[in-house]
Design a protein around this ligand. Structure first.
Ligand SMILES: C[S@@+](CC[C@H](N)C(=O)[O-])C[C@H]1O[C@@H](n2cnc3c(N)ncnc32)[C@H](O)[C@@H]1O
Length: 201
């Protein structure tokens, strides 16, 4: 197991080792300076991006997460989906993420935005972001709202990774991105299904 494998195995979430390595390597290969991770949860994707920054010696990862139950249950139509989130202690995942950030001395490369995604995007200038990971709520409304809000903030030539792109609820988000990008990489692994696009307009 690599150091990154060990790191992401030590926190909760949904990001296979192969996806984690891809996120880290994307930061390095694109020399990304500004990375936004919408949806931190236990930090698997966030720490992967941070490792890319650490490897290249520069860059900042903005981790966006409210860790709020109501954001996770907004617009959910299935009772079992609501129950799933109700059984999760979001605060404890946030605390564990913070402990890990201190333990790994992540703060040179990490800024935490513990607010709603629909407010966080306003902090950024247009075309300020080099890599964007959209992995907040996957309801149709929330996913589409995220991409529409964050899209102007992403550089032309920058990369967007959409998580759970196979879900019907994420389809309109995928279509939005496809119309403005070229496919970079399909990322289909055991725990997570994602796709990476490069923004062309
Ligand atoms: C699927 S998890 C993220 C998984 C993580 N990227 C990983 O690699 O394991 C989704 C996260 O998005 C957060 N979230 C959902 N809706 C949000 C919103 N509107 N604003 C901020 N965070 C939100 C949730 O609190 C949750 O922690």
């Amino acid at each position: 197991m690599s150091d990154l494998d060990d790191l992401i195995a030590s926190v909760a979430g949904w990001c296979d080792p192969e996806k984690a390595a891809y996120l880290r390597d994307l930061v390095v290969s694109s020399k990304a300076r500004s990375i936004v991770d919408v949806g931190v949860f236990g930090g698997k994707s966030t720490f992967s991006f941070i490792e890319g920054c650490r490897q290249q010696g520069f860059g900042l990862v903005y981790g966006v997460d409210s860790w709020d139950l109501s954001d996770n249950t907004e617009d959910l139509t299935q009772a079992q989906d609501v129950e799933f989130w109700e059984t999760i202690d979001l605060r404890s995942h946030m605390e564990r993420f913070l402990e890990k950030a201190f333990e790994t001395e992540a703060w040179d490369y990490l800024r935490l935005l513990n607010i709603q995604s629909q407010r966080a995007y306003r902090i950024f200038d247009d075309a300020e972001i080099d890599v964007l990971h959209v992995d907040g709520s996957h309801t149709e409304t929330a996913a589409l709202r995220d991409i529409q809000n964050w899209w102007p903030k992403l550089n032309v030539g920058g990369f967007v990774i959409l998580d759970d792109n196979h879900l019907a609820s994420v389809k309109p988000t995928v279509e939005f991105v496809k119309a403005r990008s070229v496919l970079e990489k399909d990322l289909n692994f055991r725990e997570s299904c994602s796709v990476c696009y490069k923004k062309t307009k």
